[in-house]
Design a binder for this molecule. Structure first.
Ligand code: QAP
Ligand code: CO
Length: 168
C-alpha cells in the first residue's frame, strides 16, 4: 500500500490522454489499491489514474457515506442515454478548495472492466453518474474547470499557482 502524490491544476501532466489497460494483472490491482488509499486519505469520492500521474485508463469511486463501496472502472466506455442536463456542484482533488456548478447528461451507460478483468455494465444516475463522467474526463485530459467561464478558471489557476509557489 502506498499514498500517491496528487497532481494539481494547472499541472500540464493533467492534460495527458491515458492509454487503455492491456491486461488487468497484479500490477494494475496494486495501482487500484494505492488509488483507493490515496482517495480515502484525501476525503475524495473519485480519483482517476491521470491525477496520480499514471496514464492508464483506471478510475476508482466510492460515493458511500461509510466509505465501504469500492467501484473500479478500467477502460470505461460511456454512452449518453438521456441528454437532458443535470447540474451539480463539482469539486476535484486536483483543484482543492474550489467548487463550481457543472452541467452534464443526466443518464449514461458505462461499460468497463473490474479489478478482476471482468466486463460489467451500469446505468448510474445522480451523483454516481456525475462522478463517472468527471473521472472519465480526467482520462481524456479534461478538468471540470474547463466547463466554467475563463474568468473563473483563471482566478482559480492564479490562486492555486500562488499556493504552489508558497509551498515550494
Ligand atoms: C469528483 O471529487 C466529483 O476541493 C470527485 O478540498 C466531485 O472527490 C464528482 C475534494 C463532486 C461529483 C461531485 C475536493 C476533497 C474531493 C476538495 C472529489 C477538497 C478536498 C473531490
Ligand atoms: Co477530479
Amino acid at each position: 500500500m502506498a499514498l500517491l502524490e496528487i497532481l494539481e491544476f494547472p499541472d500540464p501532466r493533467l492534460r495527458t490522454k491515458a492509454q487503455p489497460v492491456a491486461d488487468v494483472d497484479d500490477k494494475i490491482r496494486q495501482i487500484v489499491e494505492d488509488m483507493f488509499e490515496t482517495m480515502y486519505d484525501s476525503k475524495g469520492i473519485g480519483l482517476a489514474a491521470t491525477q496520480v500521474n499514471i496514464h492508464q485508463r483506471i478510475i476508482v469511486i466510492d460515493i458511500s457515506e461509510e466509505k465501504n463501496e469500492k467501484n473500479v472502472f478500467i477502460n470505461p466506455q460511456i454512452t449518453i442515454l438521456d441528454d437532458v442536463p443535470d447540474s451539480y456542484d463539482e469539486g476535484c482533488l486536483s483543484v482543492p478548495g474550489f467548487y463550481e456548478t457543472v452541467e452534464r447528461p443526466k443518464k449514461v451507460r458505462v461499460e468497463a472492466l473490474n479489478q478482476n478483468g471482468e466486463a460489467f455494465t451500469i446505468e448510474p444516475e445522480g451523483l454516481l453518474a456525475v462522478c463517472i463522467q468527471h473521472e472519465i474526463d480526467h482520462l481524456d485530459g479534461k478538468l471540470f474547470v474547463d466547463y466554467i467561464s475563463p474568468i473563473k478558471r483563471n482566478r482559480i489557476r492564479k490562486k492555486l499557482e500562488k499556493q504552489h509557489r508558497a509551498q515550494a
